[in-house]
Design a protein around this ligand. Structure first.
Ligand code: SAM
Length: 322
């Protein structure tokens, strides 16, 4: 089930060969009880998912889905297996009638960006910090030739395998790695997505340079991050937590973000969307039962986080490698 055999031939003798070289050692190290104590539980859950043929698969729809007329018993088996992989944060998915109502309506983010990016048809795409792989499937659904997602949290990689079990590979692969594991200066991808990652990086400019170096010349970056109000040059570095998150470093203004991109070797930089995250887009559900945005905001003023910072507002900025 945890199987990347179909990926390797697609990397051989291409500029992505270094990924194929690095992958076996990462797989050996990451998919192991030593790396994560709950790995065996997740693996057992994956193995217990019923083998069921889909009559249809939809990757180009709000909910990534595999459909059939599965009976009640099969649906219960699917639901029980997938619930072992709680919390489901990025989605939604619908597997044979089991609707995975994830914490995030990730389809809304996709809707905000899809008409602004270069068409993905035939492109080789990298999605950094892809979580469960929801957007990777959308990229495949939009016609990408090969989609590689990278994600260091093993649980989310297991969620990808659970979905792949039902929808098939579709040239879409989520690899158990962080950006620091990606071979440097690949200069190979036609499009690189970095969504929800920049504010977690201690050195955001180095992150932008890594993104640039993963792209072929002229390739497109799709960057999504939390921003704050302010002039060019301003960015907020929260002291302590931001919306209860410990690892938030820099929240630039849109003008600062664009300036950073320019200084890091991007051109044709444009911010195509700025959106305050709503409590309808990010919320607790049956599939993500922990606290969510509602309890990360000030109870007195939802325009502020619980710590008193501006509430999360996200920008989507698109640029080309110069
Ligand atoms: C806020 S989520 C965003 C998920 C998805 N890209 C989206 O926009 O919905 C950030 C993701 O980045 C991953 N991440 C954290 N550190 C990373 C790193 N060093 N390299 C790649 N991904 C990382 C996290 O595990 C998490 O899944």
């Amino acid at each position: 089930m945890i199987d990347y055999r179909a990926l390797y031939p697609q990397l051989v003798d291409t500029p992505l060969q270094a990924i194929g070289t690095a992958l076996p050692a990462l797989i050996e190290q990451r998919f192991s009880p030593q790396h994560h104590g709950v790995f065996e539980k997740w693996q057992t859950a994956l193995k217990a998912l019923p083998a069921i043929k889909a009559d249809s698969v939809a990757l180009n729809a709000d909910a990534i889905s595999a459909a059939s007329n599965a009976d009640n018993n099969t649906r219960q088996q699917i639901e029980a297996g997938l619930k072992q992989l709680h919390p489901w944060r990025k989605g939604p998915f619908n597997m044979h009638g089991v609707h995975i109502d994830t914490e995030w309506r990730s389809d809304w983010k996709w809707d905000r960006l899809k008409d602004h990016i270069a068409p993905l048809t035939g492109r080789t795409v990298l999605d950094i910090g892809c979580g469960s792989g929801y957007h990777c499937w959308r990229m495949a659904g939009a016609g990408a030739r090969l989609v590689i997602g990278i994600e260091p949290m093993l649980l989310y990689v297991m969620q990808y395998f659970a979905i792949r079990h039902f929808v098939g590979e579709n040239n879409t692969y989520v690899l158990p790695m962080g950006i620091e594991d990606l071979p440097p200066r690949l200069q190979a991808f036609d499009t690189v997505f970095s969504m929800g990652v920049l504010y977690h990086r201690r050195s955001p400019l180095d992150h932008l340079i890594e993104l640039r170096d993963a792209l072929r010349p002229g390739g497109e970056l799709v960057l999504e991050t939390i921003v704050t109000d302010g002039d060019a040059g301003y960015s907020l570095m929260p002291q302590g937590r931001y919306a209860k998150m410990r690892n938030v470093w820099f929240l630039p203004s849109v003008a600062t973000l664009e300036q950073w991109l320019k200084r890091c070797g991007f051109k044709n930089i444009r911010t195509v969307d700025v959106n305050r995250t709503s409590r309808r887009e990010q919320r607790s559900t049956e599939w993500m039962t922990f606290d969510s945005l509602e309890s990360f905001l000030s109870p007195d003023d939802p325009t502020l986080t619980i710590e008193g910072h501006p509430a999360p507002t996200r920008a989507i900025t698109i640029a080309e490698r110069a």
